[in-house]
Structures are given as structure tokens and as C-alpha cells.
Unconditional design. Structure first.
Lengths: 292, 339
């Protein structure tokens, strides 16, 4: 039983990261109807930025905040410069754009910071949490930060004018434009926020997976799996999906024989495909009906 | 070549009455290219022959993706997975069962056809981004699948397998590289002719009908499910053959040679060559082979960045890739002749 509780808690901790990634993916998907394949690489680049800031002697939390701000600006800049002109282009062009972004960010991170694996500090320490052997303080910190972030986002979208405007721009762009919302800038804002959320996910997972240019590959696939499970049209679903996928991953790794670390990616693949086949809209997404 | 011309003409109605003269221009170009491909190996070093072989092999893989995306309008970011399956089929058959290398090609094709057909089943219900996502996940997971413990006896696990390079048969006075080059060339030309004819056939028209409007196609009596999975199967089969040729040429297979990077390269090759334009495949392949070489020469790790920047350049400047350049060339030639 203790093993079970242990694994579920560890699953919630990694699930928190998947939830962040899924949320970032869903925010951009809602804004522009495309999946951002470069989301993981953007998060990786943010994480490297914060590491660089710390190397320059800036304390952890200051580096954390500066990185969020930089990521936010970078996200907006990427949208304005690269993807706004592609808004009307076919899906293929957009996918190609994201792939190009993926390649550029991945290899420039390698050029700037090298491909060697680096240690990344955690502000929470890794001693047992509150004296219990179940989870470490870092895992508890991951959960804590994510919960704070989610609450913050919830209040932002529910109770602020700009949050409302962003929701309107995502769900009915035409009408939103008619009531005077600048939908184009709402999309850019969504990109900025998604990039910042990705940065948080990257900085929290980096102490676990270590810092290197390919660190987010697996995390992104799990983030996609979470987003698909929860429904690509539902931010709430993405969060729930993230936690579920995290728990599922850990339990499968513990209890199904033959599924070790080496099978983690195939599990994500199986999960994505089975959800898409059985329930393409996901748990909380809405069905999209195509008109002839 | 003429099927390609058709596609070109169809994509650009605005082109002023090109056909006849331009057609000869196109045929002429393809004859020159073919002659160059036939004669060149006699004059160059073995390493360059090897690179030309790889050019043909990647060209074949890009062609396969072109049939899937350009033909039936479905996405795949997972071609590296099919390529890997083809390569491993050949490697395992040659090294464990002593099967002749030439015989492993059709077997790899059939295995990959089955794999692609099966993968096409879930893909049926997916369109656009969802399909891109599912295939992206497939490509990411493939290296780990190949490293599985219980397959290790066959696949050699992380170490991979070494493949013996075949000698030229009948005591022909040729180096191994040169023989393999001509062997590849014959296979590639055969598959190219097959593909051109496939796209012109009833099935090819069904693919394109699905690409242009799925609902209309099904109303016209096209069995959408069958043709979508068929496109996946054919594309996977051709990619598989490319994979097995690749395994023989490189003499080595290992899980980490078939990562998502390969899938991205192939996708890039298709975009650069022009989506749906088969001759563009070889241009795209040249791009994905030589550009990284040049970039890596300048600085390690630079190739990804160069790829990305060039891809953006293609998207913004020549969205139809090499095909657009070819059309511009044709128009220019037409204008010159008129004057």
C-alpha cells in the first residue's frame, strides 16, 4: 500500500509538469487551432536562460521571475514575427513552421550551451517532505507551484476583463472583434502566457531530468498525451489530463511487468493513439462538427 | 515526367499556355538528369558514389511522403518509424537468416505496407493536426521500441546490427559502392515510374479527391477509409524499401539513427521539393543531405538552425518549393523563345 501511495504522489508531482505543458499546448491550440510542436523546445530554452542567469550570480527566485518575463516577451515576439503572417496559411505550412522553430531552438541551445548534461538546482531541496518518506520536498514544491499557477490562471480568466476578452477571442473571434476586442493581440498574449507557463514547467522538471537541449522531448509527448486525454479544446481538461497521465505513467511503470523507464515513450504513444481512436474529443473537449 | 507536369499545370491555372514547348523542356531536363545519374559514378571517388546513393535513398523516402501528403493530403511526421522498420527488416533477414540482400527489399516493403496499413487505421479518424500529433508520437517512440529487451536478440539492442555490403555479382569489375549505386538507381527508377502511374490511376485520382474534399469524394463513391489507409500503406512500403537500401548502404542499423530528426528531415525535404511534385523529391533529398554537411562544417550543431531558417525562408518566399522555381524557369524559357 505504501508503494502505491508513493507512486500516486510521485505521479501527481510529474503530472503537475505534464499539466503545465498540456495547458501551454492547449492555450496556443485554442488561439490559433494549431499544435505547437516547439512548445517543449521553447520551455527548454527558457530553462537554459534561467540557468545562465544563475551562473551569473542571480539568486534562484529572481532568475525565475526574470525568466518568466523574458519568456513572455519572447513568446509574443515569436507570434508577431513568425506566425502572425501564417494565420491564413494551410495546416501543412503551419506544421512546417513549428518544425522549423523546433529545429532552430534546439540547435541554437546546443550551440550556445553545448550538448553536455548539466545539473539544475532546486529551491526546495530534496529531503523527505514533512518527515514522511512518501515524497520529497522538491516534488511537493512542484505540486505547490503548479497549484498556485493554476489558481492564478483561473482567477485571471474568470475575473479580469482581459481574461474575459481572451476567452471571447478564442471561442468566437468574429463576435469578439465586433465588440471591440483586438483579437490579434489576444492571440499574441496567449502565446506569451503559454511560453511563460512552459518556462515554469521546464524550470520545475529540470532538476529531475537534468538540463540539456533534448530534455523536453519526452515531457512534451506526455504533455500532448495529457492535452489529448483532457480534450484539446479544454484548458481544464488539459490540467486534469496532466495529473491523470502522470499517475498512470508511474503506476504502469511500477505494476505492469516489463514496463520500465525504457518504455515510457511508447506508453505515451499508445495513450495518444487509443484516446484519439476511442474518444477523439477527449474527456472534456467538445465535438467539432464539420460543415459541408 | 508528364504526370508531374500535369500537377504543375493544375496547381497554377494562371500560367499562360505553357504546355507543348515546356513539356519538351521538362522531358529534356529529366533525360539530362538521368544521363548524369548514369554516367557520373564512373568519374568520381567512392565516397561521392556513396553520397549519391544516399541521395537516391532519401529521394525515395521523400517521394513516399509526397505520395501520402501531396497525393492523399494526410500528414506524417513519423516517416522515420517506417524507414526504421524497413532498415531493421533487411538487417535482421540478412544477418540472422542469410537472406540475399535483393530479396529483403520486397519483404521489407511488404512488412512496412502492413505496418503502415495498420497505423493508417487509427489515422483514419484523425485529420490535420491530430494526425501530425499521432505520427510525431510514433517517431519519438520508435527508437525506444527498437531497444526493447525481448527484441534484443534480433535487433542487437542499443548496439544495433552490422550489415555486410554486397559484392557486385557475375564478377562485374565494379567496386561495392558502385554496384550498390546502380542497384539503388534501378530500384528507385522502378518505384518512381510506379508512383507516377499510381497517381495517374484510378487510385491516384481517389487520393487526390480525398485530399481536395473528403466529403465530396465519399459522395462520389470513393471508399475514403480504404484509400486513406492504402495511401498510408503504399507510402510506408516505399519508405521501408528506402530504409532497407539505407541499411545496406550504411552497413549499420541502430535505434538512434532513426529518431525524430530523420522524420523532420524527410518532411523538410518534401516541403523544399514542393508538396505533391514527385521530381521535387530528389531536389529535397539533395537539400537534406548536403545542407547539414555544409552547416556542420562551419560549426557543430548548426545544421538544425540552418534547416529551420531555410524552412522559414521556403515557407515565406517560395511556398511551393522547387516546383515553383521550376515553373518560374519554364516561364522564363518560354518567354525567351518567344522573343
Amino acid at each position: 500500500m505504501e508503494l502505491f501511495t508513493n507512486q500516486v504522489l510521485a505521479g501527481i508531482a510529474t503530472g503537475a509538469i505534464y499539466a503545465c505543458m498540456a495547458l501551454a499546448v492547449v492555450m496556443i491550440y485554442q488561439a490559433i487551432d494549431h499544435l505547437n510542436f516547439a512548445q517543449g523546445e521553447m520551455a527548454m530554452f527558457s530553462t537554459f536562460t534561467s540557468w545562465q542567469l544563475m551562473q551569473w550570480g542571480i539568486p534562484y527566485w529572481a532568475a525565475f521571475v526574470i525568466t518568466l518575463a523574458l519568456s513572455f516577451v519572447a513568446g509574443i515576439a515569436i507570434e508577431r514575427i513568425l506566425f502572425k503572417p501564417l494565420a491564413k496559411a494551410p495546416v501543412l505550412t503551419n506544421v512546417a513552421g513549428f518544425i522549423a522553430l523546433f529545429a532552430i531552438i534546439n540547435s541554437s541551445a546546443g550551440l550556445i550551451w553545448d550538448f553536455t548534461i548539466k545539473q539544475y538546482p532546486t529551491p526546495f531541496g530534496s529531503s523527505p517532505f514533512l518527515g514522511s518518506q512518501l515524497i520529497s520536498t522538491h516534488q511537493a514544491g512542484m505540486i505547490g507551484v503548479t497549484v498556485l499557477l493554476l489558481l492564478g490562471l483561473y482567477f485571471f480568466f474568470q475575473y479580469t476583463r482581459i481574461g474575459l476578452a481572451m476567452r471571447a477571442a478564442a471561442s468566437v473571434p468574429e463576435s469578439a472583434r465586433l465588440v471591440g476586442i483586438n483579437t490579434s493581440w489576444m492571440i499574441a498574449l496567449g502565446w506569451g502566457m503559454a511560453t511563460a507557463i512552459g518556462a515554469i514547467a521546464g524550470m520545475l522538471i529540470a532538476p529531475v531530468v537534468f538540463l540539456e537541449p533534448n530534455m523536453m522531448g519526452g515531457v512534451l509527448i506526455y504533455g500532448f498525451a495529457a492535452a489529448v486525454l483532457g480534450g484539446l479544446t479544454s484548458p481544464f481538461g488539459a490540467v486534469v489530463g496532466g495529473f491523470l497521465v502522470g499517475i498512470f505513467e508511474n503506476l504502469a511503470g511500477t505494476y505492469i511487468p516489463g514496463v520500465g523507464n525504457e518504455l515510457k515513450l511508447p506508453i505515451a504513444l499508445a495513450l495518444i493513439i487509443s484516446v484519439l481512436v476511442v474518444k477523439p474529443a477527449g474527456l472534456f473537449g467538445r465535438h467539432i462538427v464539420k460543415r459541408v | 515526367m508528364s504526370a508531374a507536369e500535369e500537377v504543375v499545370a493544375e496547381g497554377h491555372q494562371a500560367v499562360e499556355a505553357v504546355p507543348k514547348r515546356a513539356m519538351t523542356l521538362g522531358t529534356g531536363t529529366s533525360l539530362v538528369v538521368l544521363a548524369a545519374l548514369l554516367i557520373a559514378p564512373v568519374f568520381v571517388k567512392n565516397f561521392i558514389i556513396f553520397q549519391m546513393t544516399m541521395l537516391l535513398i532519401y529521394g525515395l523516402a521523400v517521394l513516399a511522403l509526397n505520395i501520402l501528403t501531396g497525393g492523399s493530403g494526410q500528414f506524417s511526421l513519423g516517416q522515420s518509424a517506417f524507414y526504421a522498420v524497413g532498415a531493421y527488416t533487411t538487417a535482421v533477414l540478412m544477418e540472422h537468416f542469410n537472406v540475399n540482400y535483393a530479396l529483403t527489399l520486397p519483404i521489407a516493403g511488404v512488412v512496412c505496407f502492413g505496418f503502415g496499413f495498420l497505423f493508417g487505421q487509427p489515422a483514419l479518424r484523425l485529420s490535420g493536426v491530430y494526425l501530425a500529433l499521432a505520427t510525431f508520437a510514433l517517431a519519438t517512440a520508435m527508437p525506444q521500441l527498437l531497444k526493447l529487451n525481448f527484441l534484443e536478440h534480433w535487433t542487437g539492442g542499443v548496439q544495433g546490427l552490422v550489415v555486410t555490403k554486397p559484392d557486385a555479382p557475375f564478377g562485374l569489375p565494379m567496386s561495392q559502392d558502385m554496384w550498390l549505386y546502380y542497384f539503388t538507381l534501378v530500384v528507385v527508377i522502378a518505384i518512381y515510374i510506379f508512383s507516377v502511374n499510381l497517381l495517374r490511376s484510378r487510385s491516384g485520382r481517389a487520393f487526390m479527391a480525398i485530399r481536395d474534399n473528403e466529403i465530396a469524394a465519399s459522395a462520389m463513391g470513393v471508399d475514403v477509409a480504404l484509400y486513406k489507409t492504402l495511401a498510408f500503406g503504399v507510402s510506408a512500403a516505399i519508405t521501408g524499401v528506402a530504409g532497407s537500401l539505407g541499411a545496406i548502404a550504411v552497413q549499420f542499423v541502430a535505434p538512434d539513427s532513426y529518431t525524430i530528426t530523420l522524420a523532420i528531415s524527410l518532411f523538410l525535404g518534401m516541403v523544399v521539393g514542393g508538396v505533391g511534385w514527385l521530381p521535387g523529391s530528389i531536389v529535397g533529398a539533395a537539400f537534406i543531405i548536403f545542407v547539414p554537411n555544409i552547416a556542420e562544417g562551419i560549426s557543430k550543431g548548426l545544421s538544425g538552425a540552418v534547416f529551420g531558417v531555410l524552412l522559414f525562408a521556403v515557407i515565406y518566399l517560395v511556398p511551393h518549393g522547387a516546383r515553383q522555381v521550376a515553373i518560374m524557369g519554364q516561364q522564363l524559357a518560354g518567354r525567351l523563345r518567344k522573343n
